[in-house]
Design a protein around this ligand. Sequence first.
Ligand SMILES: Cc1cc2nc3c(=O)[nH]c(=O)nc-3n(C[C@H](O)[C@H](O)[C@H](O)COP(=O)(O)OP(=O)(O)OC[C@H]3O[C@@H](n4cnc5c(N)ncnc54)[C@H](O)[C@@H]3O)c2cc1C
Length: 393
Amino acid sequence: MTGPARVVVVGAGLAGLRTVEELRARGYAGSVTLIGAEDRAPYDRPPLSKKVMTGEFDDTGLRADMDSLAVDLRLAESAVELADGTLRTDVREYEWDALVLTTGASPVRLPGGGPQRVLRTADDALALRELLQPGTRLAIVGAGWIGAELATAASGRGCEVTVLEAAEAPLAAAIGAEVGIQTASWYADAGVQLRLGQAVAAIEPDGVALGDGGWLPADVIVTAVGVRPAVSWLEGSGVRLDNGVAVDAQLRTTVQGVFAAGDCAAFWSARYQHRLRFEHWDVALHAPEVVAANILSGSTEYDPVPYFWSEQFGRMVQYAGWHGAADRLIWRSRPADAKWAACWLAGDRLVAALTVGLPRELLQARRLIGAGALVDPGRLADPGIAIRDCAAG
Ligand SMILES: Cc1cc2nc3c(=O)[nH]c(=O)nc-3n(C[C@H](O)[C@H](O)[C@H](O)COP(=O)(O)OP(=O)(O)OC[C@H]3O[C@@H](n4cnc5c(N)ncnc54)[C@H](O)[C@@H]3O)c2cc1C
């Protein structure tokens, strides 16, 4: 398979590595350079807040064979500018025929001069784990996916955990307050103190200054209030930025020959008729298939049913689709049950589903969402009827 002579990939995380793998899997024989700001070879992030934090894993390396991939791997090197067809890093300049942006996202930090930790990299995780000793007072700012997973691991390690959340429910930004609030009791059951509606003013040396003038003393403070796409270095490059790198359905940016994928890319979804950016492992895994195909003269579109999972408080939480398109929420079972599911509809079309401890239901829902199926809302509300049997007509 021929193609551009030189491909340069910026960002050596999952999406970057997968781009290289997919190019080679398609027979691309030209030169590939993979540039990463971290000094580690590509590794997986989901275990960092799970089995790494509990101490079951240390290393989450993706175990790619860089020699057989024939990739020029440049670690501890950051791209700083893209101008006039040249990529500049803090080490040197690169010429390219195709350029792929897979720089992921960086955690948001809060004001204040205290020692504020985040959980994004392997170094973050390993350093934080050392501090999670029995009796450590851990304050986590943010009851999102990572805050919940960290609270799970830290309470298991015997820490005194308090989670501060500005919204009225955990996971409110991710899945909406009506569904997110159903997870609030999980915190108390695990001995974690969850304070909802609790804004934070600043991270100070010995604790958290609260928005209402209060004070939470803490030994360790982790800010887990979300991430921003790592794209500021692209300002002025001609690559359009709109909540990340704006790409079309073929994952092409506004600059000829430049593509983007993974957490940093906001792609046009034909399925949802919306520009969407996800921080989902599954997107970083699969979008590079489309990038590689299109670098090699393809015209493939990326239009997934997005998928995310989280392991928290002994439960497997799974989400498929995008409920931003929905006008109705249907409960399939009562959240008070150990296992439950919620489905979002746009009209009678299933657009998203969340399940707790029901992986088969999630799989069936994902298929129906993928098929754009109309469903019978009455049947969908009956947990005795399998989701696959809820298609209308
Ligand atoms: C703790 C944690 C737990 C998670 N758990 C889950 C989960 O349970 N389920 C799920 O679906 N998803 C989960 N995710 C999200 C998932 O890991 C991400 O969606 C995925 O890692 C995105 O891959 P990526 O390659 O796009 O970006 P990243 O993994 O962020 O990789 C981007 C790389 O680019 C580098 N980079 C940035 N800027 C530059 C630059 N200018 N020059 C060179 N290199 C640069 C970065 O240092 C980074 O190494 C989790 C994420 C974290 C942090």
